[in-house]
Write a protein that binds this ligand. Structure first.
Ligand code: SF4
Length: 370
């Protein structure tokens, strides 16, 4: 099976520690769980807070019990040190960390025909280095040996059967039609210049089969839905976010929710060329790695992404000192927070609940035929 990457693999760790804050680090690989007692024996005498600490927790999430690393009261990973360094890495070497931490932010999937590598948008510094410097091998990016890399995750194009892979789907099956939609969209995402408006019209008309889309109306409907979702998020996120330092994931999420909740009717956002180039990179990785299958359908996912891009661009327009010629932190952080938020399917449904809701949204945005 061939191994492909759409873009050069790049990751520039700035040691901000933010990926170790406000997350539930799970699943843990068996080898890490096995060495955890030794890790605790080594670190316990060095750090009083680790001496009697329980290193893992097993909460029930969506009815499933999952085991992950314990967090401190402020939501940081138990092992994150005050100097922003992982204490496992610092004292026992990178190889002692959980595989999940070692591979971040590399994703490895396999389709019916190939293994795909990429870096989905998860790192809050991605917008600074996505097009900078040479790409790396997966081993160079993670520091892992080839045999230590995790197995590729099977990823088919059907959202409700993500592990299903078919090398030769029946020509008129949903599987084959979705592959065709993916190909057509990927082709469009490689076209330049491409505007957000063109992508939106393409999604409504070519992917979702709705004609006569009034782009201004659809933009306004998406804005209103962002505002509604933001209001519901603010209350639920605030208690956790208020315990976090500025810059951490929950802090970014709260800022995103507040910006959404405050959205008033406004014209389509204007993206700079660099922001559009970065957006296309993010979208292509998202499509290539089949992250979109977290959503009920491809048009559903693309409209959710478009809403996130509109929000990021509006926030960047309103931010003072947005640097010229760069993606800018406001836009970049917005996109990372949005991608992390939307990676959880249930959050997606807060914006567009299901296929019927998508249909209703697009119908409401249709201008009457002349
Ligand atoms: S184990 Fe280390 S690298 Fe992994 S989340 Fe905790 S502090 Fe970060």
């Amino acid at each position: 099976m061939s191994v492909t990457a759409l873009h050069p693999l790049r990751h520039g760790c700035t040691q901000c520690g933010n990926s170790c804050r406000g997350h539930f680090i799970s699943p843990l690989d068996k080898a890490f769980t096995k060495r955890l007692p030794t890790i605790m024996e080594t670190l316990g005498p060095l750090y009083p807070d680790l001496q009697d600490a329980s290193p893992t927790i097993s909460p029930s999430i969506n009815g499933r019990t999952r085991t992950g690393l314990a967090n401190k009261a402020d939501g940081e990973c138990l092992f994150l040190g005050q100097d922003n360094l992982c204490r496992i890495h610092k004292h026992l070497g990178a190889q002692a960390k959980p595989l999940l931490c070692r591979t971040f932010p590399l994703a490895i999937i396999h389709t019916a025909t190939e293994i795909r590598l990429g870096t989905p948008t998860r790192c809050y510094a991605q917008h600074q280095h996505w097009d900078q410097g040479p790409g790396q091998s997966p081993m160079g990016l993670t520091g892992l040996r080839e045999e230590e890399l995790p197995d590729p995750v099977p990823r088919g194009p059907l959202p409700n059967q993500r592990a299903q892979l078919q090398a030769r789907p029946a020509p008129d099956s949903q599987y084959a039609q979705t592959l065709l939609q993916e190909d057509t969209l990927m082709h469009l995402l490689h076209q330049t210049p491409l505007t957000l408006e063109t992508l939106t019209l393409f999604t409504a008309e070519m992917l979702a089969n709705h004609t006569n889309t009034d782009i201004q109306e659809l933009g306004e409907l998406l804005r209103a839905r962002l505002a509604r979702l933001g209001k519901s998020m603010v209350a639920s996120i605030a208690p956790q976010a208020d315990r976090m330092r500025p810059g951490t994931h929950f802090w970014h999420l709260k800022a995103l929710a507040e910006a959404m909740a405050a959205l008033q009717p406004r014209p389509w956002p204007v993206l700079t060329q660099t922001q559009m180039d970065y957006s296309l990179y993010v979208l292509r990785e998202w499509l290539f790695l089949r992250e979109w299958t977290h959503h009920p359908s491809l048009p559903h996912g693309v409209l959710v992404m478009i809403a996130g891009l509109m929000l990021a661009a509006w926030r960047a327009q309103d931010a003072p000192n947005t640097p010229e010629g760069a993606v800018g932190d406001t836009f970049g952080h917005s996109m990372t927070a949005w991608m992390r938020l939307m990676h959880m399917g249930n959050n997606t449904r807060g914006l567009i609940s299901d296929a019927d809701d998508l249909d209703a949204l697009l119908r409401a945005a249709s201008s009457p035929p002349t």
